[in-house]
Design a protein around this ligand. Structure first.
Ligand SMILES: [Mg+2]
Length: 252
């Protein structure tokens, strides 16, 4: 029996399933990537000065490597560091026009909220089908997201009632938990569900989130290949990779 078969046989023994939100349950990754791009490109143009060439934010490679799956301010710091830019931290109340880490984060959040309000929020049908099947089978379910807009997104997608526990960006900062790729938010969700990590599955589309599951020694780590490639997700520690969660329907 190969590793994936063995893993899928054990999927039936998984008692709790912990899902990332953006890019796993809901199709919000493109809104996030576009918002980051608009924010960072304006900042880069601003700093470059008139006539200077700029290397714009790449909504695929830079998004995936520096911001996807991370808490918003970690994403700001991580991308700016990659370009050798240092901004003061500022304060959480900083307005979007301030050139601080918090101000840049607020700028991005304002754009993403605007996009979500206008574009609607769609849950991936295959993901909803899997979550419903797991719920019917009596599994414990959690959402673990860096997003501070998690509850609103779940509500708008019509799937808020399916989950027993919701560990979002607000919970993370209230409790002082480290964000992904640290395992803390996933471990906290497992604890809230009363499940040992080795009996829980983590479902993620971002390499940082897969790495969080691996660091937490979870029993099964499923990568969903939307932006990141299967080989990137496997290299970050995924046990198996699917392109749609409906592929797991007959295995859980
Ligand atoms: Mg994600």
């Amino acid at each position: 029996m190969n590793n994936v078969n063995r893993m899928m046989r054990s999927a039936r023994a998984v008692e709790a399933w912990l899902f990332d939100l953006d890019g796993v349950l809901t199709d919000t990754a493109s809104a996030h990537a576009a918002s980051w791009k608009e924010t960072f490109d304006a900042l880069l143009a601003d700093r470059a000065g008139a006539g200077m060439p700029i290397r714009p934010f790449d909504a695929i490679t830079d998004y995936e490597q520096f911001v996807d799956g991370k808490p918003r301010l970690d994403g700001v710091r991580s991308f700016l560091f990659s370009r050798g830019i240092h901004l003061p931290e500022g304060e959480p109340v900083d307005r979007p026009n301030l050139r601080t880490v918090n101000g840049v984060g607020a700028w991005k959040n304002r754009l993403v909220l605007r996009m979500l309000a206008h574009g609607g929020i769609v849950a991936f049908p295959g993901s909803v089908a899997l979550v419903r099947a797991l719920k019917t089978a009596g599994r414990k379910l959690a959402v673990v997201s860096a997003s501070e807009n998690c509850a609103a997104v779940l509500q708008a997608a019509g799937i808020v009632d399916l989950f027993d526990v919701n560990v979002d960006g607000g919970v993370r900062s209230r409790l002082g938990l480290a964000g992904k790729p640290a395992p803390d938010t996933y471990l906290y969700a497992a604890q809230q569900l009363g499940t040992e990590p080795c009996l829980a599955a983590v479902v993620e589309d971002a390499p940082a989130g897969v790495a969080a599951g691996r660091a937490g020694h979870f029993g099964l780590i499923v990568g969903v290949s939307r932006g990141a490639t299967p080989s990137e997700l496997l290299a970050s520690g995924a046990d198996l990779v699917v392109s749609d969660l409906a592929e797991l329907l007959d295995k859980v």
